[in-house]
Design a protein around this ligand. Structure first.
Ligand code: UDP
Length: 272
C-alpha cells in the first residue's frame, strides 16, 4: 500500500471537501437493525468508509458481582477496533483510547435509558469497529443506540451523534479520516433530539466562542437528520412483510403511533 500523503488543501477554492461534500454534508449512511442472530439486540452502521457493528446482551446477571448497582442496571460498553480496521495493524490489547471511548459512549447513552428498571443487572454493549475512517465514536453511538432499542431496553429516545470539525478555517460536519488528521480540530457530540439535551461534548483543537456556537448548531442539525435515519432503520426491521406479496402488514402510521405510546409510557415511568 502506498504511504498516505498529506493533501494540499482540505477545502477546494470552490468550497468543496476532498470527497466532494459541502461543509454541512454528511457522508453516505447505511443503518441496519438486527444484524446478529445471537445478540438480544444489534445494529450496524456504514458512515462513509467507517463500518461498525454493535451487539447488546442483557439485561442479564452481572459478573463480577462487586460491580453491582442496587438501584439500576450497569451499562457496560466495550468499544474495540479490529486489528485489521486501520492501515497499520491495530494491537489487539485494549488501548487507553479504547477504554476512554467506551466510557464516553456509555455516558452519552445512559441519559436516554431507564436503567432503574433492572436493578443489579448488566446491559452489555459490545462495539467492534470493522473499518475506521474517522468519526468512529459517534458512529458507534448511532449504532449502539439502535442495538439497545432492538434489545427492548426502555428508553426516552434514540441518541444520534456526529463530529463537527474545522479545516482551512471552515466548520465541517462528519469528518473523514484525513479531515480528522490534518484539520484544526473536532467537536464530537451526541444529543437527545426532542429536547436538544447534549449527552456527549468533547473538543480537540481550538475554537472561538462563535465557532463553537456555530459548530453546535451544525451538529444539532446533523443529529436530527441522523435521528430520522435511525427511526427509519428501526421501522424497516420491525414492519413485518407478508410472505407472498411483500406488502407491509403493519401500517407505518400504526408503527409511529406505537412509538409515541411507548415514549408516553416511558415519560410516565420517568416522572414516578
Ligand atoms: N485511527 C487509527 N488508528 C488508531 C486510532 C484511530 O488509524 O489506533 C484513525 C481512525 O480512522 C479513527 C481516526 O483515527 O477514526 C480518528 O480517531 P479519534 O481518536 O479522533 O476517534 P474517532 O474520530 O474515530 O471517534
Amino acid at each position: 500500500m502506498s504511504p498516505e500523503v498529506k493533501p494540499d488543501f482540505l477545502i477546494s477554492p470552490e468550497g468543496l471537501r476532498i470527497d466532494g461534500r459541502r461543509t454541512d454534508e454528511m457522508r453516505p449512511i447505511e443503518l441496519k437493525v438486527g444484524v446478529l442472530k445471537q445478540a438480544d439486540g444489534s445494529a450496524s452502521i456504514r458512515q462513509g468508509k467507517t463500518y461498525i457493528i454493535a451487539g447488546v446482551y442483557g439485561p442479564r446477571e452481572l459478573h463480577p458481582r462487586h460491580l453491582t448497582l442496587n438501584d439500576r442496571a450497569y451499562l457496560r460498553v466495550d468499544y474495540r477496533m479490529a486489528t485489521f480496521s486501520v492501515p497499520d495493524r491495530k494491537r489487539p490489547a485494549p488501548s487507553r483510547r479504547e477504554k476512554e471511548i467506551s466510557m464516553v459512549i456509555a455516558n452519552a447513552l445512559k441519559p436516554a435509558l431507564f436503567l432503574g428498571e433492572f436493578p443489579k443487572a448488566v446491559v452489555d454493549v459490545f462495539i467492534t469497529v470493522i473499518q475506521a475512517d474517522g468519526g468512529t465514536r459517534c458512529a458507534a453511538i448511532n449504532a449502539a443506540s439502535l442495538a439497545l432499542a432492538d434489545a427492548g431496553i426502555p428508553m426516552r429516545s434514540l441518541i444520534p451523534a456526529v463530529a463537527v470539525g474545522k479545516a482551512d478555517g471552515k466548520l465541517l460536519v462528519d469528518l473523514g479520516d484525513e479531515e480528522d488528521k490534518y484539520g484544526q480540530g473536532d467537536v464530537p457530540m451526541a444529543i437527545i433530539p426532542n429536547t436538544e439535551e447534549i449527552t456527549l461534548l468533547q473538543q480537540d483543537g481550538s475554537f472561538s466562542r462563535e465557532e463553537l456556537r456555530e459548530a453546535l448548531q451544525m451538529g444539532i442539525n446533523s443529529c436530527k437528520y441522523l435521528h430520522e435515519l435511525q427511526k427509519e432503520a428501526l421501522k424497516r426491521a420491525y414492519i413485518k412483510k407478508t410472505p407472498d406479496n411483500g406488502d407491509d402488514i403493519e401500517d407505518e402510521d400504526d408503527f409511529d403511533d406505537d412509538l409515541e405510546t411507548d415514549l408516553g409510557e416511558a415519560e410516565l415511568m420517568e416522572g414516578e
